[in-house]
Design a protein around this ligand. Structure first.
Ligand code: GAL
Length: 689
């Protein structure tokens, strides 16, 4: 288990370094990410290089038995770069420059930035590629985190090149973007600009491409550095740090270029949904490289500095959050940062070694955690532990959040709500693209498939026909990969499997999903300014966003709308297709309604939780033979579970968990046949004892 932090010795006088190494040893640190923001120290002027300090730091760490994840240091160009080469600066949508003085002030597509970054990486690689302390490479840092889009002239030029490569002819681009609308027809690629400030809505197809371009430009920066490292003979794993569900970068396209997935995760102690949201993030990053452990590359020991109010963590939360990562596939636990800064914007950010020193609650927690991690045995790699998948897709996210739609939708917030309904049931869930759905799953939940590519639709149909259970939410199968309607209406691809025909969107009045992000989602339908009701079993539940008008052509109607414009119409349908079945819900159910819908489909699919009958605040995750139990509640609980305590190696038949308490129990996988499944499809496909 890797344990450590970002280490910024360049912020400190050399006298401190020996103490750093000594205290790292005391805390159980075995790796640090070194030099992430050290460009100006390594190259103080264009023709001046200084590696001696870095040689000495790496030497001290190595002598102290601490491995190095060496940064390429390209995330924050020094002042001389911005002053000498202003063309490296990015621009906002009005074309105004972002200026230096912070970090990440570079245009990802700037050839000059790339040249200078490349020179830096090549010097670092040549010097350290074979250094025994260097066990991993950290390229850039959180690509795009402060600059989700760049509209500079460098972006303009690169965008034209990117479009030419994608479409070859300008006619193909005109077709893809539907430019006959509003006189937008292009005569040449050089007439295209990034979607800078315009009087009104930009062409949505062009916005989708600009998002793809933006993700690709950031990825190109990563790849450029990666290639230099490899060319210099580096054989260590190369990666960069992801940020979970980060809208600007389609990490599914990035993941194949990472030797290991590293992720930064900062649950907000004040967010009542933090456990759910963090679990989603960890499941998402695990699913990016199935079967391969990932690394939690940054978390905070206590408060951060960048929220409006920065609450500290409750006692035990550090262990609980760490265990959530391990249980969901992590083999490394790292922090931002080792020693709290004494200057700069992040001086109020917590660290492993607080400014107040070692006689602190945080230091005690950090050393206790290090000791506990060191005692863990080798853990099994994550396997195909999840029988449930939730479909989450960057292109759908980009497309559905464009303006001028029937209603405003916060795709991530909505995905988290649906994920929450599965997570609360204790199910292990993979987060996948529609194309990755296969018969390894029993249940697939697709909350919203606005943009559905042909291959994705085909995979979902195959999954159902082969015996799987699919639950699809509203506003799905609406557009193709160019954000254009398909011929023949909507649900044109999934309609036959769902057994329904789609007539109309039925947006509900009001402000829609509202909110600007995670946790901001209204929980009561009335907050949207309008709602509908649907009746399911003996319950009546509100729906929000839309109440679509859909017709059951061959599906059974399980629930109907009881009011609103679609009163009497189908709200929830169920359809036998091949050996499986497909459900469609024509509104976004709220709270108990979502529980009721998901509950019914989960029961029908026969999937079972990691551990049955857990108390409400106890979370369980499976990773091969390892079951991780975490008590997020405020009272002590006893859980019946038979296995081997992974830490003590003792046989157990129950574990006692204090508030925030954690247990790691080895429980060999045995598949339990589902009593609820009437079709028996899962049993046939995955023989179970
Ligand atoms: C991350 C970043 C770190 C540090 C940290 C503070 O986004 O990679 O350099 O700024 O946040 O929470």
């Amino acid at each position: 288990m890797l344990y450590g932090a970002d280490y910024n010795p360049d912020q400190w006088p050399e006298e401190v370094w020996d103490e750093d190494v000594r205290l790292m040893q005391e805390a159980g640190v075995n790796i640090v990410s070194l030099g992430i923001f050290a460009w100006s120290r390594i190259q103080p002027a264009e023709d001046v290089w200084d590696f001696e300090w870095l040689d000495r730091v790496i030497g001290k760490l190595h002598a102290g038995g601490i491995a190095v994840n060496l940064a390429t240091a390209t995330a924050s160009p020094p002042p001389w770069v911005s002053a000498t080469y202003p063309e490296t600066l990015p621009a906002d949508e009005s074309g105004a420059s972002y200026w230096p003085g912070s970090r990440q002030h570079f245009a990802p597509s700037s050839p000059t930035y790339r040249r200078l970054a490349g020179e830096l990486v090549s010097r670092i690689a040549q010097r350290y590629a074979h250094h025994p302390a260097v066990v991993m490479w950290h390229v850039g840092n959180e690509f795009g985190c402060h600059l989700p889009m760049d509209f500079s002239d460098a972006a303009r030029d690169a965008y034209r090149v990117w479009l030419r490569a994608r479409y070859t002819t300008v006619d193909a681009l005109n077709d893809a973007w539907g430019t006959s609308f509003w006189s937008q027809r292009y005569g040449a690629f050089d007439e295209v600009f990034p979607p800078r400030l315009a009087p009104y809505s930009h062409n949505p197809s062009s916005m989708l491409d600009f998002r793809r371009f933006t993700s690709d430009m950031l990825l190109e920066c990563y790849l450029l550095e990666r290639e230099i490292l490899v060319a210099a003979g580096a054989t260590q794993p190369i990666t960069t740090n992801f940020m979970g569900p980060f809208k600007p970068a389609d990490y599914r396209r990035w993941a194949p270029h990472m030797d290991v997935i590293a992720d930064d995760c900062y649950p907000d102690p004040a967010n009542p949904n933090r456990v759910r949201d963090a679990a989603f993030q960890r499941d998402l990053v695990r699913s990016l490289k199935p079967g391969v452990p990932w690394l939690l590359w940054e978390q905070a020991t206590d408060a951060v500095n960048w929220r409006p109010a920065n609450a500290g963590k409750r006692p035990g939360a550090l262990m609980a959050e760490t265990a959530q990562s391990i249980g969901r596939g992590a083999d490394g636990i790292m922090f931002f940062q080792w020693r709290q800064s004494r200057a700069g914007s992040e001086k109020f950010h917590s660290a492993m070694l607080p400014h107040a020193g070692t006689e602190t609650r945080v230091w005690d927690a950090v050393t206790a955690l290090g000791a506990r991690l060191a005692a863990l045995p080798d853990l099994p790699p994550p396997g195909r532990d999840a029988r449930v998948a939730l479909v989450f897709d960057w292109e759908s996210w980009w497309g559905v959040e464009e303006r001028d739609h029937p209603t405003r939708i916060d795709y991530l917030a909505l995905s988290l709500e649906w994920y929450g309904a599965l997570h609360r049931r204790g199910l292990m869930v993979d987060i996948v693209a529609p194309e990755s759905v296969d018969d390894g799953y029993d249940l697939v939940v697709a909350p919203l498939l606005y943009l559905l590519r042909e291959e994705g639709a085909a995979a979902l149909e195959r999954f159902v026909a082969g015996g799987g259970t699919l639950l699809t939410g509203p506003f799905s199968d609406i557009v193709d990969e160019h954000d254009q309607f398909r011929d023949g209406g909507f649900l044109t691809q999934l309609g036959p499997a769902l057994g329904v025909r789609f007539e109309d969107f039925g947006a509900i009045g009001g402000t829609g999903a509202g909110g600007t992000g995670v946790g901001a989602l209204p929980t009561r339908a009335t907050q949207t300014g309008g709602s509908v009701t649907f009746r399911l079993g003996s319950g009546a539940y509100p729906g929000r966003l839309v109440a679509e008008r859909v017709h059951a052509t061959s599906a059974d109607v399980v629930a109907e709308f009881t009011d609103g414009l679609t009163a009497g119409g189908a709200a929830l349908t169920r359809h036998r297709h091949g050996d499986g079945e497909a459900w469609y819900v024509a509104t976004q159910p709220v709270a108990e309604g979502l529980e009721a819908v998901v509950g019914q489909v989960v029961r029908a699919s026969g999937v079972s939780p990691v551990v049955a009958d857990l108390p409400r605040d106890v979370e369980a995750a499976r990773r091969g033979d390892l079951v991780t139990l975490i008590n997020h509640g405020d009272t002590r609980v006893d859980i019946a579970i038979e296995g081997t305590d992974a830490e003590t190696r003792a046989l157990v038949d129950r574990v006692r968990l204090d508030p925030q308490g954690v247990a790691f129990v080895l429980v060999p996988r045995t598949e339990i046949p589902s009593s609820a499944s009437t079709r028996g499809r899962a049993v046939a496909r995955h023989p179970r004892p």
